[in-house]
Ligand binder design. Sequence first.
Ligand SMILES: C[S@@+](CC[C@H](N)C(=O)[O-])C[C@H]1O[C@@H](n2cnc3c(N)ncnc32)[C@H](O)[C@@H]1O
Length: 322
Amino acid sequence: MAISSQSKGIVITVPVLVLSLSASAIFLFFLLSSLSSCNCPNSAQYSPDQAPQRPADADRRSVTEDDIEWVKDQIRVNRLSMQENVLRKGINPRTRAQQLQDLLQFKGISHYEGEEANNHTALPCPGELLVEDHHSNYGEPWAGGRDVFEFLAEASRLKPDSRVLEIGCGTLRVGLHFIRYLNPEHFHCLERDELSLMTAFRYELPAQGLLYKRPLIVRGEDMDFSSFGSDVQYDLVYASAVFLHMPDKLVWLGLERLVNKVKPYEGRIFVSHNIKFCSRLGTGECTKRLGTLGLEYVGKQTHDSLLFNHYEIWFEFKRNKV
Ligand SMILES: C[S@@+](CC[C@H](N)C(=O)[O-])C[C@H]1O[C@@H](n2cnc3c(N)ncnc32)[C@H](O)[C@@H]1O
């Protein structure tokens, strides 16, 4: 059988037609598959589903080896090395003292002058806080607060709905990371230093956008936890660089008052640096005293920071009675 196109004088037989259609189909198939396997950027390649995923352990809070490799890579591809921080185009390094002086003398850039009532600032922040002097209040580096968080979060298997109490949270070097991670109102702290509390409320929480988390931060120095409610059960209570500054008697009083506020068995108390309040009694006597309270010493861990060149020693306790 032949299909003829008499007007142009072309004759196509059916087998030829079938053959040409099959050849076109095969050609199209290879063309499409080669397009889909090419490395051309297309929208599918940038889909968020294909963004790097956290490693298998979804509960992981701390930095991974991959994170470190990524940072190293960024430093390498941008050819970065540490430089002296001197005057250069658009950058005028100031010490905190100089910055404060600038603020007081020249009102910085676009600061309101005059009576607070005449400007639009709802929560005026003192210059001393704006220059972040408080980041140097403790011997510990400010950035190490992240390490402490990562260690404690992993060690206590922290979840957003966990409840956490920090004793002596200072200016929230560590607390900020907990507040950011936890559900609103789930972070509590007892702190005695007024300037630290002002710094937390007027600078750190607003500056970090964390006011909406409504942490319950209470001023006090007597290990009185009554303001935190009688029913609260903490998953984690920690004291970072605090118990070593307290009289042993006060630490024991605190532990006695805290026991019933720690979740039995799963809840943890972590104390950093040393537990001289305990070791000064002698091991046997300390174990006995802890036992009387319903507490048990779990052990000591050293947390090696992958980030900031330091390590910390932590002592872990749990409540072993209901
Ligand atoms: C070295 S700072 C550590 C602050 C914070 N935990 C950190 O790691 O960044 C010790 C903190 O414990 C607080 N502190 C000391 N004795 C206290 C007490 N009896 N009650 C509450 N806080 C206390 C101090 O005011 C200070 O803020």
